[in-house]
Ligand binder design. Sequence first.
Ligand code: ADP
Ligand code: MG
Length: 558
Amino acid sequence: MQTLPFSQLGISEPVMQAIDDIGYEEATPIQTLTIPLLMSGRDVIGQSQTGTGKTAAFTIPAIENILQNHGKGVQALIICPTRELAIQACDEIRKLTAYTERIRTAAIYGGQDIERQIKILRGGAQIVVGTPGRIMDHMRRNTLSLANLRMVILDEADEMLSMGFRDDIEIILADVPEERQTVLFSATMSQEIMEITNKYLRDPEIVKVVQGELTVKEIEQYYYNIPHSHKIEAVSRLMDVYHPEPAMIFCNTKKQVDELVSAMQLRGYVAEGLHGDMKQAARDHVMNTFRSGHVDVLIATDVAARGIDVSGIGAVFNYDIPQDMEYYVHRIGRTGRAGKSGIAFTFVTGSREMGELKNIMRYTHSQIKKGVIPTSAEVMESRRMRFADKVRRAVENDDLGQYIHMIEELAGSGISLTDIAAALLKFEMTADGRTAMPSASDDAAFEGHERRFGRRNDRGRDHRDGRRNDRGRRDRNIDMVKISIGLGKSAGIQPKHIVGAVANETGIPGKSIGRIEITEKYSTFDVPGDAAEAVMDALNHTKIMGRRVTARIFSEQY
Ligand code: ADP
Ligand code: MG
């Protein structure tokens, strides 16, 4: 990480002189990156470890902005988690403003006589540093006027949240002028912090200086929005098609690790679990087995995985979306075999987790692409190809003499070679208790769910229980949108009524309507995304079977 001398950051002469007096020689990385951004007026999320100089990273620009703007009243508000940190920041500002007489700073925190603070505030301060509770106190008493505020800084945001200040922070932020610069600094980043920044920061620049930063850029990343109940099937299918052994699966809880280990073992995978409740000896045993190369999949919590040194992981699964964004980076950083880029699969369920996923993408500056769970046919095809490969290699390389002898004996007893081979294949494919075939009924579940969330390339593979298939459609990559209407079986509605109404009222061809599902009370059907608005509009102005309908985008949450 390149650092710059303070003199190259556009800092004014009097502040430069103060920095000299303090004795800082060069700006630290976080200072190098954030000072110019903050001076340009941008909202910024700054993350770097403790002790990397975050205080000066925001106090210097706060001072510079005030020198530039000549504003009256409180111009900058710095919110700190503790009295000590507030005093520290205040001291730093006083040192930095040693040569800029006009600028005054007030520190307000609990435990100090409020009257004294009121006096100081009355004296006029352009910068106020304080703890959340006391800031709110002064706001309520009207002893702190923030009407002219131009800049709000949340310092040590992770600390503030872990100390339970979230509500206070939100109350303060909701009550300061909207036209302002908002800045947040923190040593660590979390979902909760991103929620706050999403709400109160405007198009923030994320500046992250993490030591030994893992880059996720070279890792292929996919996500699947599926119900929780389908995750095990999804893991199995992805394992069967990608063959990432060894894979690593991350869960958020110990309980989930235990459950998943059992479930994967039942499906015939060699699975081992790792979590914080295990004794050291048990963990060592798991790690030794894992390193011996006999394990297909290691399932772990973040905490348990932290200390272990594993590499050469074929794929990382985020069975649960990580609670801390930094975990995501650590988790998927484990994948990637020597010289090869890695692959990571993340499962999300519902729109809230989709939101968390988007935050992770922003935070890591990376693309997580929407993946499609392989169909049972694709899983079978993959197994078949691997099997064919295995047979070919054995025939070419192994000494099969004694086996050939056994087969010839069997064939001599009247069983056909094809039957013998089929029986052996069955043994092979169901070895270790694996089910021979993935269940095609789960295809529908994955497909149904994917579609419900709007986007999915249609393959027209479904042709069961009253569902229409849409082989007819030529473009296989149209994004479909599911629409619902409030008429179901109880109203006597049938697919032909829906197809008829849509085709008649909108002119879109009946064959471009995707799957239709009719439940007791309502019906749903898929239409190409670009036609959805027109279809809903038309249906809302017409009658089906003599009844008015309300058509809307179908959104079922899991
Ligand atoms: P953080 O908030 O990131 O934990 P601080 O702002 O408290 O870090 O700074 C940690 C220490 O580093 C302080 O003693 C501070 O004076 C010092 N420091 C800050 N910036 C510099 C710099 N550019 N050069 C040398 N020391 C610095
Ligand atoms: Mg700090």
